[in-house]
Design a protein around this ligand. Structure first.
Ligand code: TXA
Ligand code: MG
Length: 315
């Protein structure tokens, strides 16, 4: 049974050493908590897929402590350099071609020629990555298809019983609450595979190029229709709560609801609260979770991307 351990310089170093020995460690980032293992070690990567119940054709993000180290694993394009200058460390994942000497195991990249790379900004996460001294493969630390964790206790609830999980580092509630923006930076124009807090406008400002949505056949393997799902069914665009529904309000809609993503209608606050409130609503007595309308602009695009998947038909 894994234990929640407060993150300090000693436990972060210990966690880095555990990863170097092939064990798994859950750690916080500015977005969501990750389930980390040595990306170069196939046994460690296999343990990650097993713990999540995740299909192994869905590749993992390799986390590193600096842009220099990232560009040693993936071939930087001009666009990738511009984006890295502006938004790394931070909530952005770049898809690049693997370098010839990239030590990340094929199992972590699901046998693709490309690799997903992220340099997180959270200080404790970077100390941990430095201590590990290798790329750390880390999906969100939840069971596959479920809500991503934004607190150490959520990881405990999801994966606490997993024997391969050596430690859950407590780094407090994550600041942003939504997964990183995933950008394919290999082609002529940036392709946003997963929207996040680094928005299309920010990507255009950085690169001078207009980002494009993925075509149906190059969609990110992880962007499945049903994802981020609580156990109860989810309905969107609810303006009031109907019988038996647990309402999650936003702004003026659902002011009297028990849960509100942001009473003042602030999208940044809503993103930070989203997964926490979905989990809380899931624990209430009631048949369905009904969510107030969210404006599809700025960070609202990423929030709605997650909510539509939470509301999608389950496999
Ligand atoms: O904020 C985040 O990105 C968090 C924290 C822990 O860093 N991680 C995260 O990982 O959300 P995960 O595994 O839940 O999502 C990774 C996404 C998936 O949609 C996956 O399919 C996509 O990145 N991905 C990974 N490698 C890829 C590749 N080579 N090409 C296209 N998409 C890729
Ligand atoms: Mg995930």
């Amino acid at each position: 049974m894994a234990k929640i351990t407060p993150a300090d310089i000693d436990t972060l170093t210990e966690a880095g050493e555990a990863v170097a020995k092939g064990q798994l460690v859950a750690f916080g980032t500015e977005t969501v908590y990750g389930l980390g293992g040595d990306a170069t070690n196939p046994e460690a990567v296999a343990k990650i897929y097993a713990a999540k119940g995740r299909p192994s054709f869905n590749p993992l993000i390799s986390h590193i402590d600096s842009t220099n180290n990232a560009f040693d694993l993936g071939e930087p394009t001009l666009m990738a350099q511009q984006l890295a200058d502006d938004y790394w460390p931070g909530p952005m994942t770049l898809i690049l071609n693997k370098t010839a000497h990239c030590p990340v195991h094929d199992l972590a990249t699901a046998g693709l020629d490309s690799i997903a790379l992220r340099v997180p900004s959270k200080t404790e996460a970077r100390i941990f990555l430095q201590a590990a001294g290798r790329p750390v493969a880390a999906p969100s630390a939840n069971r596959s298809g479920r809500i991503s964790p934004t607190r150490a206790q959520h990881v405990m609830d999801e994966l606490g019983a997993c024997d391969d999980l050596a430690m859950i580092l407590d780094m407090g509630a994550t600041e942003e609450g939504l997964e990183s923006t995933v950008i394919d930076a290999r082609g002529e124009a940036p392709v946003i595979l997963r929207p996040g807090s680094i928005t299309a406008t920010m990507i255009a400002c950085s690169t001078g190029l207009r980002p494009i949505a993925p075509s149906k056949d190059i969609i990110s393997p992880g962007q499945l229709a049903s994802h981020y799902a609580p156990s109860k069914p989810v309905v969107l665009d609810a303006v009031s709560s109907k019988d038996g529904d647990i309402m999650i309000g936003f702004g003026a809609h659902g002011q009297d609801a028990v849960f509100n993503l942001s009473p003042k209608g602030d999208l940044t606050e809503a993103a930070a609260n989203l997964y926490d409130l979905l989990r809380a609503a899931d624990m209430e007595a009631g048949k369905r979770i009904a969510i107030a309308p969210i404006p599809e602009e700025g960070l609202g695009i990423a929030i709605l991307d997650r909510l539509r998947r939470a509301a999608a038909d389950r496999p």
